[in-house]
Design a binder for this molecule. Structure first.
Ligand code: BGC
Length: 294
């Protein structure tokens, strides 16, 4: 499973929009571009909460199409804000939702994994999440005992969160890390991060910048080795507001270190504000593609 996830890209903006406007839809052209670009997998962020009736069909179509392009798929549970706000009160509905999704995809073609909750975050603490995770996993296991299931730590699946993650014993569980460091570099000018305008112009690429990335990723890999769990870096990327040279250097170094540590990964993202691909021109941003799969 982890081998199939080796080189992935996030299909953001299709099913994870926070507003109810329809997202864009990847078709055969985009999936072919991804496979031809050297990727082996897509991670698909989905805002399922309250929308399973509407989304099971279209997400199912995408899973099927991806399998035709031999792309493994990770489906996430994105932007389930109710869960972060009230983990106890939402444990049962979250379990029900996952049981339904797992049942729907039990016979899905190709390689498919589920990520139980994207970036668990405050007010949900690590303790809350560590208690909720086994309940949600059990719901998936009732209908699909062998499906690969992915879980990140609290604190938005950062390294700090990973170190606090307590995983139930399960032979098909994969831990995940989201890597956006230094955050002032990767998220400079992010519309949703208060104060991030002031970070615009932050560059990246000194020797000590590189050493810091290496230290973080090695720490994550060591944690996973000690826990005897595979680790998947399901998001990393830098916004298009960063200068292109720094962005390419950062992407290339993170990818280099992930490959050196044999950690499968997925770049954030294909074609939105971190995009490695330009949907209007129907073309890759070549330097970024080279940094990822060259
Ligand atoms: C969030 C996106 C955000 C990205 C980078 C994702 O997990 O869902 O909204 O753009 O992380 O911060």
């Amino acid at each position: 499973m982890v081998a199939e996830l080796r080189r992935g890209i996030n299909l953001a903006g299709m099913f994870d929009r926070r507003d109810d406007r329809p997202g864009w839809r990847a078709g055969a052209d985009e999936l072919a571009a991804i496979a031809d670009g050297g990727f082996t997998a897509v991670r698909v962020p989905v805002r399922w909460w309250g929308r399973a009736d509407e989304l099971l069909g279209p997400v199912g179509d995408l899973v099927e199409q991806a399998s035709r392009h031999r792309l493994a798929v990770v489906l996430t549970m994105h932007h389930a804000d109710a869960v972060y706000e009230d983990p106890d009160g939402t444990a049962a509905p979250l379990a029900t939702l996952w049981r339904r999704i797992a049942a729907h995809f039990a016979g899905a073609p190709g390689v498919l994994a589920f990520e139980l909750l994207n970036e668990p975050r405050m007010p949900m603490t690590a303790a809350h999440w560590n208690a909720l995770l086994p309940m949600v996993l059990a719901a998936v296991r009732e209908v699909d005992p062998m499906r690969p299931v992915i879980a990140g730590g609290a604190d938005a699946s950062t390294l700090t969160g990973l170190l606090s993650l307590e995983l139930p014993s399960d032979d098909h569980l994969v831990a995940t890390l989201h890597y956006y460091a230094p955050f002032r570099f990767t998220h400079q000018g992010a519309a949703w991060e208060a104060g991030s305008e002031a970070w615009v112009g932050t560059r990246w690429g000194t020797r000590s910048d590189r050493a810091a990335v290496t230290a973080d990723l090695q720490r994550a890999a060591e944690w996973a080795r000690r826990q005897r769990v595979p680790l998947y870096v399901g998001e990393f990327g830098a916004l298009g507001t960063a200068d292109q040279d720094s962005r390419v250097r950062w992407t290339s170094w993170v990818r280099h270190e992930l490959d050196r540590l044999s950690l499968p990964w997925a770049y954030w993202d294909f074609a939105t504000d971190f995009g490695a691909y330009d949907l209007d021109r129907r073309a890759w941003r070549h330097e970024l593609l080279k940094a990822l799969t060259g």
